[in-house]
Design a protein around this ligand. Structure first.
Ligand code: WQD
Length: 342
């Protein structure tokens, strides 16, 4: 029996595929390469020493998706596939609603048709909007503040309704905080197309000399040094959290929701200073005006995942910085190496 991984060539998806393979799982991977590259598939195979079925397809193509369920004995699905840039979602909301919602509905309908009712959904701390307090627990009020966050919140509600309609479904919703870092090999990592939206890929590209300096979006927030605080989590810890969630999903019923963070907040300046100390690279920066939609403080309460999944993050901020830089140093142009056939 195999685990279907949608978006498995993406940043978190690729790291999760590697952990699944190394844990002895059979996987079937789907990706449309909107935010990734075929090179990732080659590297997962090389790192794991394992082969696996890969399909370059879009989840909006229901006929093709059905063929995959006909050809493979699938036991569970980890659903990463989707578009995820906050700023882009404000500019192109219809793209985000169509891609994220319709692909999830297609997936659930085909899963239901083939009797596959174990699902792990990739959600985000963005559903908490501007949190009233941190650490944030899973029962915090939900209040997405952008179309991307609203698609995640709507899909969570859709999945709860699906579970109410059919008690056989076992659905685990994982709310990620701020994933950074890369596999220790430096073979897979975060490779945003174009100018990065997120902090760490921008920092590593400043360190690599691609950009002259980092803009820090505001230093007048009510925090220790005036810059925003976030819960950065190593992407490998995040991947390992999915394996624990899979174990639970296969044996449970109903819907469970978990924060996947470290429970520790770091400010932007703390992250930059740690990166400089760990790598020896200088990160010139200038303070600019606050970014619309940013919240001052956001970090997770992770006690539920520890108690019910037997999981917690083990990699610290230094390791996150070291592994991010290792990936950047080894892949100065990301995955844009020569495109190979599958
Ligand atoms: C972190 C901090 C910025 C870039 C986003 C999404 C969220 C999730 C994770 C998908 C903030 C500051 C950033 C820069 C900066 N993605 N910053 N200069 O905004 O917490 O969360 O990514 O699920 O949905 O909202 O992460 O990395 O963009 O920003 O000063 O060039 O770094 O202001 O305080 P964020 P981020």
């Amino acid at each position: 029996m195999a685990v279907l991984v949608t978006g498995g060539a993406g940043y978190i998806g690729s790291h999760t595929c590697l952990e699944l393979l190394q844990a002895g799982c059979d996987i079937v991977v789907i990706d449309n390469f909107m935010n990734s590259s075929v090179e990732v598939v080659h590297r997962i195979r090389k790192l794991s020493g394992e082969n696996f079925q890969f399909y370059n397809m879009n989840l909006l193509d229901r006929d093709h998706l059905e063929q995959i369920f006909q050809k493979n004995k699938i036991e569970a699905c980890i659903h990463f596939a989707g578009v995820k840039a906050v700023g882009e979602s404000v500019r192109f909301p219809l793209l985000y609603y169509k891609q994220n919602l319709f692909s999830t509905i297609n997936l659930c309908r085909v899963m239901q048709k083939y009797g596959v009712k174990n699902l792990i959904f990739s959600s985000s701390a963005t559903v908490y909007g501007s949190p009233e307090k941190s650490p944030i627990t899973e029962d915090h009020v939900l209040h997405a503040t952008n179309p991307y966050g609203r698609t995640k919140w709507m899909i969570e509600e859709l999945l709860k309704d699906l579970s109410l309609s059919d008690q056989d479904w076992s659905i685990t919703i994982l709310r990620y905080f701020n994933p950074i870092g890369a596999h220790e090999s430096g073979e897979i990592g975060e490779d945003p197309k174009g100018m990065p939206n997120n902090l760490m890929p921008f920092v590593t590209r400043v360190a690599a000399g691609e950009y002259p300096m980092l803009e820090i979006f505001g230093d007048q927030y009510p925090t220790k040094d005036g810059t925003c605080i976030r819960d950065y989590i190593h992407v490998v810890d995040l991947a390992c959290g999915h394996l624990k969630a899979l174990e639970k999903t296969i044996s449970a019923r109903g819907v469970d929701i978990y924060n996947l963070g470290t429970g520790q907040g770091y400010s932007v300046l703390e992250l930059v200073n740690t990166f400089e100390a760990v790598t020896g690279m200088e990160i010139p920066y200038q303070i600019s005006k606050p970014r619309a939609g940013d919240v001052a403080i956001c970090y997770a309460d992770v006690t539920k995942a520890e108690r019910e999944l037997g999981w917690r993050a083990v990699r610290g901020i230094e390791e996150m910085c070291r592994d991010s830089w290792n990936w950047q140093s080894k892949n100065p142009i990301g995955y844009c190496s020569e495109v190979k056939t599958l």
